[in-house]
Design a protein around this ligand. Sequence first.
Ligand code: FAD
Length: 456
Amino acid sequence: MTKLRVAIVGAGPAGIYAADILLKAERKFEVSIDLFDRLPAPYGLVRYGVAPDHPRIKGIINALREVLDRGDIRVFGNVNFGTDLTLDDLKRHYHAVIFATGAVRDAPLNIPGVELDGSYGAADFVSWFDGHPDVPREWPLEAQSVAVIGNGNVALDVSRMLAKHADDLLSTEIPENVYEGLKASPVTDVHVFGRRGPAQVKFTPLELRELGELNDVDMVLYDEDFDYDDASKTAIASNKQVMVIDKILQKWRERPAGTASRRLHLHFYAKPLEVVGDENGRVAAFRYERTRPDAEGGVVGTGEIREVPVQALYRAVGYFGSPLEGIPFDKKHGVIPNREGVALKKGSNDVVPGVYATGWIKRGPVGLIGHTKSDAMETIRHVINGEGSWWAPESPSEESVVELLDSRGVRYTDVDGWHNLDQHEIALGAPHGRARVKVVPREDMVAISRNETATV
Ligand SMILES: Cc1cc2nc3c(=O)[nH]c(=O)nc-3n(C[C@H](O)[C@H](O)[C@H](O)COP(=O)(O)OP(=O)(O)OC[C@H]3O[C@@H](n4cnc5c(N)ncnc54)[C@H](O)[C@@H]3O)c2cc1C
């Protein structure tokens, strides 16, 4: 073999870091990498998850772009594994595949009423405000009072985007329809609910602090949540992150009552019980049970049931991976079963030859973008040392996969196509003093990328 041909499915940070690390790794053979993504533009959740008002994190795209711009990784966007390209195709043209398909769906919240009108998954809302091509353009923002369930950073993103005034987002890359939707929102109160106490949240301090800096939004906290038990006191004293979070919350508690037109309430010790509907099947309230610390850092129910009237509810209780055609899937954790990135047969320790995983589809939807780098290092080590389990492709030439996609009429996009789209978006933003305005419809993204602008 002169060249190891590797397919990576998923051009989010995990896939791009894996390609970069494989190319730079010490090895005794050449490699040639093709990176596929179902979306016409690369960068996964950095483009379609990270909130638009977090330009510093969005800026990670620049570092990822430098990797792609080097020219030693071929990118095929708008190619969906499972339909446009199958596992058999990959086996015919590559020695191995690394899946870096992340997690795009909401984890379920199994309480009655979760299917009511006005009850949404955070992932769908995030996709809407981040201009994902595969979600509806319109988002119903009709509620004055909204509940957000969850105590992680996605819950903070969702609450912030709901509470923030649209004009304060104008400098960001939000698409026009998102600005218009948020501008018309009548929201006055956003209630965030967590099952446990302030010392057990999964927020990171930077993201939490930001809430208190929002223009014309008051933070509302409740004294009853701050009667710390010993486990909470220990957590605050022993963990710097928890200590900072506590300081932020305490500072907000000391603020005099505000007069802002919008309020963001943080409720702790609230176990979701039910989304209560009205006679038209629409969300009317959120019912929860008050919990209390169990002295071990967990909580137990107190039996006290409460209800807060809301007209919309967002569940931000985590993301979840999706199964891939022909690849083992762990339904409980939403990941490809694996040992350090080497795919395993379901329910056994047997290796699936030629198949690897990295990023969120490998270890579940937790952790920051940076974590996908260390993840990729581990997986790539196994790819390089896995010679015994690589496939023996019939047709490993670089042209063969292009011919295959062409023969199927797949309108794939490439790195040059991304440059076209990038420049187009930047040009859309320029007259308004904005860094960019995102193009949302998939067809437009593809046409602009492929220079077929006559159809746009
Ligand atoms: C709302 C939200 C906000 C976040 N904010 C931050 C933040 O501020 N800072 C931070 O460090 N981290 C943040 N994260 C976490 C960060 O986004 C993840 O750590 C990271 O994106 C995971 O990378 P990944 O490559 O594994 O998955 P992803 O980024 O999801 O990339 C997976 C890629 O695979 C593609 N794909 C999926 N299925 C297929 C298929 N069948 N065929 C072809 N392609 C496919 C997808 O289109 C996608 O491009 C946030 C996450 C979310 C959800």
